[in-house]
Design a protein around this ligand. Structure first.
Ligand code: GLN
Length: 303
């Protein structure tokens, strides 16, 4: 017997897609969840595995008890503050769709500026053969995967301290069909890495943890995202210092370092890079006018 008929016989309320949209939107709104319509639509698209247009083309389609249960569970989790991306388990990032679990930071739109800067830099300069890139703190693999999809001839190495994050990143590379171009490995940047000395990079890219330890974060970030991916010592600069002092020698002369940076960090990152062998250090602002990306050209070690 069809679920619809069973629900009518058992005298249960039949929830059609539009009923769920209206209920979810009101409920989320009453609980101060931002963009309530978008949230309920996203939950429905995820549970029903359909596109937004289908929600409206098939607005009178009844949900099964199981589907309804899943959507309601998602609504309640949203109200508790769980990020929607973790509830539906995926996120869009720079022309890719990535799986996210609570083992990885949710990729942010600001990080697309970093990826875009690397791709533009690559396109505007000449290259002899394969370009090698190191992504430090890869998390979900977002930066490495987005670059691998856009730069035809590249070889990317991507590291993270968390082996669980590396598992997610590897699956994401397969999902986006770039697994052959990326070597993922677990490593702690604060330890000495064993590295083949013949391997040198054209680019090092990193969106490292950069939040000062005492900073107060929104609960949806503090309670759900991995702290290891967020915090970086008392001033938030720990990983920038480590990368410019310990990893710069892995860049070819003329190779480039690209960092995502946090608010109020640009002048200190500028000094760090300039003092450690980088020239032409410059910054790219985000849409709010905050310096978000630092880039510099490595001149080689001082003799
Ligand atoms: N590279 C990942 C991102 O940009 C993870 C960053 C991190 O864990 N700090 O989202």
């Amino acid at each position: 017997m069809a679920e619809h008929a069973r629900q009518i016989i058992q005298n249960k309320k039949v929830w059609q897609i539009l009923d769920v949209i209206n209920w979810g939107k009101d409920y989320l709104e009453q609980h101060s969840v931002e963009l309530p319509r978008l949230v309920i639509e996203t939950l429905l698209m995820s549970v029903l595995k359909c596109k937004r247009i289908d929600l409206y083309m098939q607005h009178d389609k009844p949900l099964t008890a199981e589907e309804l249960g899943e959507v309601k569970k998602g609504v309640l989790e949203c109200v508790e503050g769980k990020p929607l991306q973790y509830i539906v388990g995926e996120v869009e990032f720079y022309d890719t769709i990535l799986t996210v679990t609570q083992d990885v930071l949710i990729p942010r739109p600001e990080t697309e500026i970093l990826v875009d800067a690397v791709i533009r830099d690559y396109s505007s300069s000449s290259h002899d053969g394969e370009v090698s890139v190191l992504d430090i703190g890869t998390g979900s693999g977002n930066i490495a995967i987005a670059i691998a999809k856009k730069i035809e001839n590249c070889r990317i190495f991507a590291a993270d301290i968390s082996s669980k994050a590396i598992e997610v990143a590897k699956k994401n590379a397969i999902r986006n069909k770039v697994e052959k171009k990326i070597t993922f490995f677990t490593a702690d940047i604060m330890q000495n890495w064993k590295r083949s000395s013949s391997l040198q990079f054209e680019y090092i890219v990193s969106n490292p943890p950069y939040i000062p330890e005492n900073e107060v974060l929104p609960l949806s970030v503090r309670d759900y995202e991995p702290h290891q991916a967020l915090f970086a010592g008392c001033d938030g600069l720990l990983f920038y210092e480590r990368i410019v002092t310990s990893c710069s020698g892995w860049l070819k002369k003329g190779g480039k370092l690209f960092f995502e940076i946090g608010i109020h960090q640009h002048s200190r990152v500028d000094r760090l890079m300039t003092d450690n062998g980088y020239c032409n250090v410059s910054f790219i602002n985000d849409l709010q006018g905050i310096a978000r990306v630092a880039r510099g050209v490595y001149q080689g070690t001082k003799e």
